[in-house]
Design a protein. Sequence first.
Length: 243
Amino acid sequence: MSFDTIKSFEELHGNIGSCLGNFEICNIRFVRDNVGSLLKKLTKHEKKLYEHYLREEKKYEFLGGRVLVKQCLLRAFNKDKDLNLGFLDIDIKREKPGNPGLYVGHKKLDNVHFSISHKKDYIFCAADPDSVIGVDVEKVDEKLEKLKSYFMSPEEESVIAGHVEIKVMLFQYYTGLWASKECVVKCLKKNLWEVFRKVRLTGIVENKFLLKYISDTSERDISSNNFLYDGYIFSVVSLSQKL
């Protein structure tokens, strides 16, 4: 068994749309080719953050991530409302590591959830005012086999082993598990290694990873949807409320 091969960007978009309503994906080339017009969508504060990066590729990742997630946020804010907000009305500020603050008209909003991910060729963003969401994009990487003891238990490794036929599939599933746990990190706003320890893979059904979050006082089932395209895993976790 392996991930279904998605052959086109349109197919990828449609498949992700089946489990996530408000998202954007783009290739980093689009950002590189449209830097001037995209910079106009950043606030002064965000432009300073952009200029802080020395490497061009990091600038592209930051710029693309900010603009795409703002597009998602505007879609959420302006739906069925007469707000008529624009890109410059939204400011995303760095506060706690991995937990940026969202400001609309200088007012901080804590109840709107958004997620940004980028890896080499792709940027993947989403926003939702009603659900806690986390998205992640990761390039399928053979190096994860050497790191597997850090993010999966022997029991999780056995679950994956029961779903692969050839070794190349193993790397796809390792990457899928890593990406799924990264999504949970973004949902919970917790430390990466804490989530790696407390979230366990219990089963796999087609492209869905069945996970269990085990805290000191309770347990909760979580599922991630994973999509393989162009050598990358796009992973999505959406929760109705925080754990």
